[in-house]
Design a protein around this ligand. Structure first.
Ligand code: FRU
Length: 491
């Protein structure tokens, strides 16, 4: 049953007696709880926030509505990890409900200054006529992990020319100066990114828009993130309102990036190439990056999308975050690879290994199956029309990743993956890839899969909702043969 607006905008302490216990009981019965992904204890998770390294831990917060699976009163929930793969639930990070975040502590980012972690976020408020008034707010976390909100916003109004869709500050430091980008909508209802500058994180000076060549590209850009790698500038953002075109922009909302010359901080001129999607799967949105102490640029995304219903809604929880991915640049493209630390989740050092020629058949191998695992597969000497892997399979139920050698396309098919979701948006995702050797690197969990193709050239991230019995892994080649070499590690 849908919640009313009043129910959605309740804080935790306004829960009915027994309401949270009921959610917890439903969740404990849910077959789709993940084993190694960050997921909410109850309710709904969305964007990753405040991703930072501070005091010996990676800190990763996320948007959280504790009391249900709709988008309501958002908190920041706090998790932390020493190694990026074993995460500990810390508890509430930022609690909403004050004057400047009365209707939610929306997305934002973190930066360390003078030994404290500064959390810059959007305070969402609604007036009596339900009109939105966003404020950019600051909360400060000390060494003991206690978070104090400033009682005034650090950016208290939307500059002329922009609507109330003005949120998600992402901060970085260049020399002595702090900059932040904010996702915005112009009054003509096109999306863009604006910039501010500060010397103390408290007083912010409005600079203006990042001047991209995408002057009319969707109606709102959410969650912008700017970084420099290999002397290039990279702007990541999540535009809303882009029409599907062939294999592109098939999801309800997109996330992608522009690569260009480093952003000119004086003129805010950004000369860049075309917009490219970060992920080719069904469920990926609002990613955020951080740079860790050894200079790696690491990205985590929300493994979900707004405005869709998911099969776990009835069990009192929704969504999870992706595994962390390390970014690099290659030939004008962002390459994404699972962080090396993922190997720490392997239950066996060697794993189960196979090497076989598969000839016009579908084959399984003893000892290769499971619900939560990593699977690396290299397909070479391909003389077939179609090669691939069926996984989380049992009888007709299966999820399929395949390479169509004729059309030179990678295809993810979740038509028969289990419980249905968002079928109105299609059950197949594909992208063009030209290669002789095909490498699929899968991270499978109870209700998700992340597939890194050819060393991170493409990634397909998707939720799937198979039954617990669907554990089979099958390799196939149709219309000819190919060599398969694969290793699986249980997680
Ligand atoms: C993106 C988003 C952000 C906003 C947050 C609210 O998914 O809409 O723009 O800050 O979620 O939860």
């Amino acid at each position: 049953m849908k919640m009313t607006r009043e129910q959605r905008y309740r804080r935790i302490e306004q829960a009915e007696p027994g309401e949270i216990a009921k959610l917890e009981a439903q969740i404990s019965e849910c077959p789709w709880r993940q084993s190694y992904h960050i997921q909410p204890i109850t309710g709904l998770l969305n964007d990753p926030n405040g991703f930072a390294y501070y005091q010996g831990y990676y800190h990763l917060f996320y948007q959280w509505f504790p009391l249900g699976t709709e988008h309501g009163m958002k908190y920041w929930y706090h998790t932390r990890s020493k190694n990026l793969v074993n995460w500990e639930n810390v508890g509430i990070g930022i609690e909403p409900g004050d004057t400047y975040d009365s209707h939610g502590a929306y997305s934002g980012s973190a930066i360390e200054k003078e030994g404290k972690l500064h959390l810059l976020y959007t305070g969402n408020t609604r007036d009596e006529a339900w009109v939105r008034h966003p404020y950019q707010c600051l909360a400060i976390m000390d060494e003991r992990g206690s978070v104090t909100k400033l009682n005034y916003p650090v950016i208290s109004s939307v500059p002329p020319g922009y609507t109330e869709h003005f949120r998600d500050p992402k901060v970085w430091q260049q020399g002595e100066t702090y900059y932040c980008v904010i996702g915005a909508q112009r009054t003509d209802e096109t999306g863009c990114t604006v910039m501010y500058r500060s010397t103390d994180l408290r007083k912010w000076e409005f600079l203006g828009e990042i001047r991209t060549q995408l002057t009319s590209f969707g109606y709102m850009w959410e969650c912008p993130d700017y970084m420099e790698m290999d002397e290039k500038g990279v702007l990541i953002f999540s535009p809303q309102g882009i029409e599907a075109a062939g294999d592109h922009y098939q999801n309800i909302f997109q996330s992608g990036y522009l690569i260009g010359e480093p952003l000119n901080l004086q003129t805010r001129e950004f000369n860049h190439g075309e917009f490219q999607e970060l992920d080719r799967g069904f469920d990926f949105y609002a990613p955020q990056t951080m740079q860790d102490t050894d200079g790696r640029r690491i990205l985590v995304g929300w493994m979900g999308l707004p405005d869709l219903e998911y099969p776990t809604d009835d069990s009192g929880w929704a969504h999870c975050l992706t595994i962390p991915r390390q970014l690099s640049l290659r030939e004008g493209k962002l390459i994404q690879q699972p962080v090396a630390e993922m190997e720490q989740l392997r239950k066996q050092e060697e794993g189960t290994h196979i090497h076989a020629t598969i000839d016009n058949e579908v084959r399984s191998f003893a000892g290769m199956d499971g619900i939560a695992y990593e699977l690396k597969c290299e397909i070479s000497h391909v003389d077939a029309e179609m090669v691939g892997i069926e996984f989380r399979a049992n009888g007709a139920e299966r999820t399929v990743i395949q390479y169509d050698c004729v059309q030179q396309k990678v295809v993810l098919d979740r038509t028969l993956s289990g419980a249905e979701l968002a079928e109105q948006n299609g059950t197949i995702r594909s992208c063009t890839l030209t290669a002789e050797v095909i490498k699929f690197h899968l991270f499978v969990d109870a209700s998700s899969v992340e597939i890194f193709v050819n060393d991170g050239e493409e990634v397909f991230t998707s939720r799937i909702f198979p039954s617990r019995e669907s554990v089979d892994i099958r390799f196939f080649a149709h219309g000819g043969k190919a060599d398969f070499e694969a290793t699986q590690w249980d997680y």
